[in-house]
Unconditional design. Structure first.
Length: 255
């Protein structure tokens, strides 16, 4: 079991438990262009591909293809985005970052408060395919970089768009910038419920916050349990089970 914990702006803490089984699956990505009946904002805040020509999208730590898109604030860590576009020529792609709250909605923080550098930059790293049946262009982006870095931790959306126009999105991917502020312990136990006895386990999580000011754990904290980086089946705990001696306990509740 791999445990990560994150400090969010405005005293919102978001805790994610990752990799609860041994098999590694790619992140779930949805496809399709938005229409007048579909809110672009609802798609922007997910892992989504807006153009059929975009293939093989991957976001992970630099040099670690099977890792999750999580980096520590003010560290030397970088994330790497790569994707292919079915085309015989390079297109004019740009990128920017959107800071989100714990529910993956755009936060009320100004770009100048969460980004240091140019908020919009051109995607310059690309390579044409060679001697392939289908011609394509391979794109790569490493960040933070000389053009931009992050000032605060939290949930972020990486937005790739065309022609310097954010209303022409190409793809969006979720990632997280973390600060190690808490201690997190998870205990897996044999399931008590007969419904999941053969297929699942129970998980109890204890969050220690000694030295970190939390006034109201029932409203300031949110726990998210995700399976192999998937957001479509993530379990959200909005309130702890109980609190004891600078520890916040979340117990399995048969969800």
């Amino acid at each position: 079991m791999f445990i990560r914990y994150f400090k969010f702006f405005s005293r919102i803490l978001f805790i994610t438990i990752l990799n609860l089984c041994l098999t590694v699956f790619p992140e779930r990505v949805t496809y399709g262009q938005y229409t007048p009946t579909t809110s672009i904002d609802s798609l922007i805040h997910t892992n989504h591909i807006f153009q059929e020509s975009i293939k093989t999208v991957k976001l992970s730590k630099e040099g670690w293809p099977l890792s999750y898109p999580v980096m520590e604030l003010n560290s030397t860590e970088k994330l790497e985005l790569s994707f292919d576009e079915i085309s015989d020529q390079m297109n004019d792609h740009y990128y920017t970052f959107i800071h989100c709250d714990a529910d993956w909605n755009s936060s009320d923080i100004s770009e100048v408060d969460y980004l240091d550098g140019f908020p919009e930059n051109q995607l310059n790293h690309f390579e044409y395919s060679f001697n392939t049946t289908v011609q394509y262009v391979h794109y790569e982006l490493f960040f933070p970089n000389e053009e931009i870095r992050f000032l605060v931790s939290g949930n972020y959306i990486l937005l790739i768009y065309k022609d310097y126009n954010r209303n022409k999105p190409v793809l969006t991917m979720r990632f997280m910038v973390a600060e190690n502020m808490l201690s997190v312990k998870g205990i897996l136990k044999r399931a008590a419920s007969t419904k999941i006895l053969e297929t699942g386990q129970e998980l109890d999580i204890t969050v220690g916050f000694t030295g970190y000011p939390i006034r109201d754990p029932f409203h300031e904290l949110k726990l998210v349990v995700s399976q192999n980086g998937r957001w479509d089946n993530a379990i959200v705990f909005r309130k702890p089970t109980f609190i004891r001696n600078k520890e916040i306990v979340y117990s399995f509740d048969k969800r």
